[in-house]
Design a protein around this ligand. Structure first.
Ligand SMILES: *Cc1c(COP(=O)(O)O)cnc(C)c1O
Length: 488
């Protein structure tokens, strides 16, 4: 056994791995294909392990990580809700999982019908006029919509409109998408309540503005009560208004961005409508737009003939083109469809009502011990500050690491940027009161520890498999190669 506790022993009696089907012939086949010159003379040094050791190795690794199926996961903005297994089962049905994207539309009417119906559901939920399911993530939905804004302005001869305004509370993907789209980014300060400052917005609006990007409820979890006025002002200046729809879990069946005056929005299907995420995908970020932006959406569009046959239509001369191969990531779309249908309209509204109730209940339980810098009533998530704890020597990151010892995933920390020592907590609707109470008790206990024994908090986690990692080095110098000479 090496340091990692991994076993690389040969346990197959004849001293090799379990054979793959047809293995006996592979040498001869390879030789025939490649010729002698390309054959290795030395073995590659790949690990030689039996199947069960591989299974045990990866199962052990999976248990060292935290997942939404292990426990409470209040990672703000990410909506780490339970993903019903029903949706997984539906997405794995062979009729969905095994079709090929090059198949003729006549052979795949089922999935086209599913996608068309999902488009219609998202149109209804958002209050918009048209949807493209093609973008594979929220951030790419942003890029897609901004490209539509640009194409719209160009179609009117407004080629000078190249500035995008974002609030200082915006998610980092908003300015990044704008920059990627060739726009310049103008950041405006939020007001003392953490909402859009109308005077700052007015000052930023001019004839070069392409649009304003707003998250609603915003990243502090606060609904923007002036949203209609904000949209009207941007429109008067000739700009378009984008809704970052990552927080749709706070709006389902209650209010619709299309009715508030937004011109476009993205959904994070993998947040709001189930699909496990957190490991980097795959997800889906459908874009919904008002009628005037419809000509610019990605192609192909799914269209229905008079006889009910669905076809793929590329004939849209003003389209921005494609943002993903074929129709995007179809698996998450199937799950979203199953999620929406299994909840129904009433069920979706209940998702939102419970998400908001859970967040407000949890806030009421932890509020005495942590600062709430922006005091408005939050929707589905709230942002605390660990400034009080910092005075005792423990920062937000310490509180987050200590939560691991109590058996919880950490909240989002240090975002949004306008809250110092931010702890952004989103419980989601799928948690019970019991789970919320346990988490609240842990938060209160940690607040007491910060006063009484700060070293316990700053040294956390004490019970996790790995302590504090150098996350910067881990990201910049990632090395996952197997080293046959090393420790495995
Ligand atoms: C998650 C998120 C995004 C980006 O979505 P991805 O699907 O991760 O690309 C954008 N804005 C907000 C507010 C988010 O929470």
């Amino acid at each position: 056994m090496n340091e990692e506790g991994l076993i690389f022993s040969r346990q197959v009696p004849d001293g090799g791995c379990l054979p793959l089907p047809g293995d006996e012939d592979t040498d001869a086949q390879a030789q025939a294909l490649l010729g002698d010159a390309k054959l290795r003379e030395e073995p590659t040094g790949l690990p030689d392990v039996p199947e069960w050791e591989v299974v045990r190795h990866f199962t052990r690794l999976s248990q060292r990580n935290w997942g939404v199926d292990m426990g409470f996961y209040p990672l703000g903005s990410c909506t780490m809700k339970h993903n019903p297994r029903l949706n997984e089962a539906v997405a794995r049905l062979p009729g969905f999982a095994r079709i090929h994207p090059e198949q003729h539309p006549a052979q795949v009417q089922g999935i086209l019908r599913l996608m068309k119906t999902l488009e219609q559901a998202l149109i209804e939920i958002s209050g918009m006029d048209a949807v493209s399911l093609q973008p594979p993530a929220g951030a790419q939905g942003e890029l897609t919509a901004l490209l539509c804004f640009r194409a719209y302005h160009h179609s009117r001869g407004d080629t000078h409109r190249t500035r995008i305004i974002v609030p200082d509370s915006s998610h980092g993907t908003n300015p990044a998408s704008a920059a990627r789209c060739g726009m310049t980014v103008h950041t405006i300060d939020s007001n003392a309540e953490g909402l859009t400052d109308l005077a700052a917005l007015d000052a930023a609006l001019d004839e070069n503005v392409a649009g304003f990007m707003l998250t609603n409820p915003n990243t502090l979890g606060l609904f923007e009560p002036q949203v209609e006025e904000i949209c009207a002002r941007v429109h008067r200046a000739g700009g378009q208004v984008y809704c970052d729809g990552a927080n749709m879990n706070a709006l389902l069946g209650v209010s619709r961005p299309g009715d508030m005056g937004f011109d476009a929005l993205h959904f994070n299907v993998h947040k709001t409508f189930s699909t496990p995420h957190g490991g980097g995908g795959p997800g889906a970020g459908p874009v919904a737009v008002q009628a005037h932006l419809q000509p610019f959406l990605p192609v192909p569009r799914i269209v229905e003939d008079a006889d009910g046959t669905l076809t793929l239509d590329d004939d849209h001369p003003e389209t921005i083109g494609k943002v993903h191969s074929f129709m995007g990531n179809v698996g998450p779309l199937v799950k979203a469809y199953a999620y929406i249908l299994s909840h129904g309209a009433d069920g979706l509204r209940e998702v939102t009502e419970r998400a908001v109730l859970n967040a407000n209940y949890l806030l009421s339980r932890v509020r005495e011990a942590y600062e709430l810098p922006y005091r408005g009533q939050p929707m589905h998530e709230f942002v605390l500050s660990a400034e009080k704890q910092k005075a005792a020597g423990c920062k937000a990151v310490d509180v987050a690491k200590r939560l691991l010892d109590y058996g919880f995933h950490a909240p989002t920390v240090y975002f949004p940027l306008i809250v110092s020592e931010a702890l952004m907590i989103e419980p989601t609707e799928t948690e019970t009161k019991g789970a919320l109470d346990c988490f609240a008790e842990a938060m209160l206990a940690i607040a007491r520890e910060c006063e009484d024994s700060p070293d316990v908090v700053t040294g956390a986690p004490h019970r996790a498999y790995a302590g504090r990692l150098d996350e910067v080095q881990a990201a910049r110098k990632l090395d996952l190669r197997h080293d046959p000479e090393g420790e495995g």
